[in-house]
Design a protein around this ligand. Structure first.
Ligand code: ZN
Length: 217
């Protein structure tokens, strides 16, 4: 009877794969779905202000579901898989000798309160565990409550984001390069504005890395 009860509890609480609904592995993302995620070619996707941007995959299929799940549907467990996907791509690049401080794109404090968490901070924490890099949440803040970017064109995006970030150079971790991470790189405006804010205070050793991009570049 007891075994039956425990079996029932296991069955009720067994995690299902968020993507294929299989409960075989009792995880949020089964290995089959993870292995099916597709990487972009190992190369620079584009530049902003002389700064390299890398993108690990294309924003569609399960990568889109993963990003939306973490960002809008409180699927916090997905942060680990997003970081793991990024880390697998990152290891193929030529950065193994370098040490970084991970800087996730900050959210305006009021919005973060509404959303309860910054999804990219969660990804940064998981990416730090995998890479051994440090996270730095206090180096740059969003000081302007910007509109969501997806409805805006390139020029509107730049206007919307202009002066949106403030850097606190005293909080930099010495002798570690800066790695800005975001989930989607569309026009690159967010990275561009952050890089500008860093450049304005004389910080130039920066690399940008997005989980996905809508285009292969
Ligand atoms: Zn699955």
């Amino acid at each position: 009877m007891k075994d039956l009860f425990i079996g029932l509890l296991d069955w009720i609480y067994k995690k299902k794969c968020y993507f294929c609904k299989s409960s075989k592995e009792s995880v949020k993302m089964c290995s089959k779905c993870f292995d099916e995620l597709e990487f972009l070619p190992v190369k620079i996707n584009r530049h902003v202000n002389n700064t390299e941007i890398y993108c690990a995959g294309v924003y569609d299929k399960n990568l889109q579901k993963m990003i939306r799940g973490l960002k809008y549907h409180r699927q916090k467990d997905l942060a680990y898989y997003q970081a793991k996907f990024m880390w697998q791509y990152w290891q193929k690049l030529d950065f193994l000798e370098d040490d970084f401080q991970i800087v996730p794109v900050p959210i305006f404090p009021k919005r973060q309160k509404q959303r309860k968490y910054n999804h990219m901070e969660l990804v940064a924490i998981e990416f730090a565990k995998l890479s051994g890099y440090e996270v730095n949440f206090s180096l740059i803040k969003r000081i302007k409550d910007t509109k969501p970017q997806y409805k805006l064109n390139k020029v509107q995006r730049m206007m919307n984001l202009s002066n949106a970030f403030e850097v606190y150079p005293q909080n930099i971790i010495q002798n570690k390069k800066i790695l800005i991470i975001d989930d989607i790189c569309t026009t690159g405006s967010t990275f561009e504005e952050m890089v500008k804010a860093f450049n304005n205070v004389g910080i130039c050793d920066i690399t940008c890395f997005a989980t996905t991009t809508p285009w292969e570049g």
